[in-house]
Design a protein around this ligand. Structure first.
Ligand SMILES: NC(=O)C1=CN([C@@H]2O[C@H](COP(=O)(O)OP(=O)(O)OC[C@H]3O[C@@H](n4cnc5c(N)ncnc54)[C@H](O)[C@@H]3O)[C@@H](O)[C@H]2O)C=CC1
Ligand SMILES: O=C([O-])CC(=O)C(=O)O
Length: 312
């Protein structure tokens, strides 16, 4: 039997795309094809070559190529979309909606033509609405169109908690529900340090500050960078989701999923806990929410709906 490596295409060779490609290759999750527009083909090729030249040192065997030709992405198992524009200081993610919707439409057309069986993970902002756009444009089953926000938002929350308690990040659990905006819902009640509820370890006011910092975590980095947005943690988050899908791990990861009745919502892409495996989103997990949490989730969903209403 011949071994065939999985094929993963990363659309967009910018900060998040290139970082994601490099991490995917290092983990040998598959051969990686990085795609950008024709005007950016040489930089995409240059980054891919540079990464390939790191392979002997880092000891990985995945092939990495850069291209603007979607023919090179043919029969990808997984496609990760990072193409589009990022926000600058003073902008909200929602300000990107019109520009990035156009990008999603053109990119999705190519994915459907060349990789009709692929699972798609979307990063491009505003990510809940962009995931919905890709779902509609692709005609793919909902299980195979997924957005990334919750792994990143939860990672931010977990890292802030670990810093606060001076504990290993490895022992901090927690997850964030809802849309990837200022109304996201970090679920403190379901978060712990080594199984000990956070509410018994950190004063309520301080926990509220950590929740607020998490909600504004993207803007904090945008303001520090000055000319772009976060990419190391977003790329790491994409790779965790990619690994769960490629290796059929059945991980429970917060993912942007299409809801049809779950959490009392219908026809909307929103961040919820989900089981990720070879079929994409294999199950949406409905956890019990108290009144306050449910109200917060409804508010976050209303913000996502407002952006979806702008979609052409
Ligand atoms: N959902 C999330 O948690 C996060 C989302 N993002 C979003 O990811 C997106 C990408 O961010 P960065 O990589 O930092 O931006 P970037 O500007 O560094 O890279 C974007 C790349 O997309 C390419 N591109 C534009 N139109 C394209 C098309 N039609 N086909 C192929 N490639 C195309 C550009 O040429 C550029 O190389 C942004 O929308 C950003 O807001 C970023 C971080 C986290
Ligand atoms: O803030 C942004 O524009 C990028 C992003 O989604 C994040 O880092 O959470």
């Amino acid at each position: 039997m011949t071994f065939k490596r999985k094929k993963i295409s990363v659309i967009g060779s910018g900060f998040t795309g290139a970082t994601t490609a490099f991490l995917l290759a290092q983990k040998e999750l598959g051969d990686v094809v990085i795609v950008d527009i024709p005007a950016m083909e040489n930089p995409a090729k240059g980054k891919a070559l540079d990464m390939a030249e790191a392979a002997p040192v880092l000891n990985f065997d995945a092939h990495i190529t850069g291209t603007s030709d979607y023919g090179d992405t043919k029969d990808s198992d997984l496609v990760i979309i990072t193409a589009g524009v990022a926000r600058k200081p003073g902008m909200s993610r929602d300000d990107l909606v019109q520009t990035n919707q156009k990008v999603m439409k053109s990119v999705t057309k190519e994915i459907v033509e060349h990789s009709p069986e692929a699972t798609i993970v979307v990063l491009t902002n505003p990510v809940d609405a962009m995931t919905y756009t890709v779902f509609k444009e692709s005609g793919f089953p909902k299980e195979r169109v997924i957005g990334q926000s919750g792994v990143l938002d939860s990672a931010r929350f977990r890292s802030f908690v670990a810093q606060e308690l001076n504990l290993s990040v490895k022992d901090i659990t927690g997850f964030v529900l809802g849309g990837h905006g200022d109304d996201m819902v970090p679920l403190v009640r379901y978060s712990s340090a080594g199984g000990v509820p956070l509410e018994s370890l950190i004063a309520k006011e301080r926990l509220n500050e950590i929740v607020e910092r998490t909600r504004k975590g993207g803007a904090e980095i945008v303001n520090l960078l000055g000319n772009g947005s976060a990419y190391y943690a977003p790329a790491a988050s994409l790779v965790e989701m990619a690994e769960a899908i490629i290796l059929d791990q059945k991980r429970v990861l917060p993912s942007i999923a299409y809801l049809q009745g779950e959490y009392g919502m219908d026809g909307i892409y929103l961040g919820v806990p989900a089981v990720l495996g070879a079929s994409g989103i294999e199950k949406i997990i409905e956890i019990e929410l108290n009144e306050e949490e449910k109200r917060a989730l409804d508010k976050s969903a209303a913000s996502v709906k407002a952006v979806m209403d702008i979609l052409a």
